[in-house]
Ligand binder design. Sequence first.
Ligand SMILES: *Cc1c(COP(=O)(O)O)cnc(C)c1O
Ligand SMILES: [Zn+2]
Length: 371
Amino acid sequence: MVLAKEIRCMECEGVYPANAIIFECEKCDGPLDLVYDYHKIQDLILEEHFIRDEINHWKYWPFYPIKHLHKIVTLHEGGTPLLDSRQKKKWKFKYEAVNPTGSFKDRGTTIEISKAMELGVQQVLCASTGNMGASVAAYAARAGIKATIYLPDFVGENKCKQMLAYGAEIKKIKGSYQEVVRLTQQMNMQKGLYLTGDYPYRGEGEKSVGFEILDQLHFRTPDYIVCPAGNATLLSGVFKACREFKKVGLIEELPKLIAVQAEGCNPLVRAWQNKTKIREIKNPETIASAINCGKPVDGIKALLALKQTKGDAVAVTDKEMIVAMKELGKEGLYVEPSGAASYAGAKKLELKGEVVCVLTGHGLKEEKSFT
Ligand SMILES: *Cc1c(COP(=O)(O)O)cnc(C)c1O
Ligand SMILES: [Zn+2]
């Protein structure tokens, strides 16, 4: 059962059918948002067992655009712990490293590949900074379809090995992540292949980070949710999750959302602070490879998220991420540099109150050691 009603452009109000294979607005190239029948969802979920059921990604199925729930492609993603900080009073960590492929990307991929199967797709393409490629490779293997992953050459050995282990074909391209994205987009148009990545279906799946946090807090709104931002799909997904839980009456207020970027790749932070449009960073540089995206796909949505929740955006240095990684280690948490960015950013802003930092990716994914 699909409760999605339509796809709506967030810029020009252009409207498309909910099942259209479309990656941006055909009229204005604006970002797209999938809109659901929230009254129906309310009837479905406001039952006692929903509140009591254990958290996991598929608990929130009415908020996903999936037709056949018995045919989903899943590796049991989500259901990750929300842990109290030992060092910072009232701060919590959403530990996404324990997802099946080691990052939160699996939440988007389960939706994206389940959708690909509904559409009868035989092969998927993906442009990735590493973790998305690994995730798409795993779920494509699970579905028995072919995955070809295009990568900028800064992607590390461990992530490449992970993709190969799942049987994906990988192609390394000289150039930035943005150049790799452009290449796959051209191929998508030419050959009609299914392009996975930071597009509407993925964002729908990444909402479950937000759903789970609110659920784990017993539907109490924290003061802040802090996310690292590369393409800002995670941040936009968390924003949408909060709006949707508010729409169906599960929470009353939105948390303030905080985007954290690397100083060497901070297009969102610049746009937020200077109140300008997002401009591509041409030669981004940071040890945080997973957020090395010069032109965030979901940048416009992210800026809306910051504005509507009275949030903020901040850039952290590589050094600050390394310090944050070490402090997280003392909490028993092992993350890659991008995964520590949220914590580094929250500390830099000296946030007060109940703060949830999303720790996005596993430390084992990174072969370099930092001191
Ligand atoms: C993808 C990723 C991010 C950034 O997520 P976006 O949705 O691109 O903003 C952050 N950390 C890790 C570990 C990731 O894999
Ligand atoms: Zn439009």
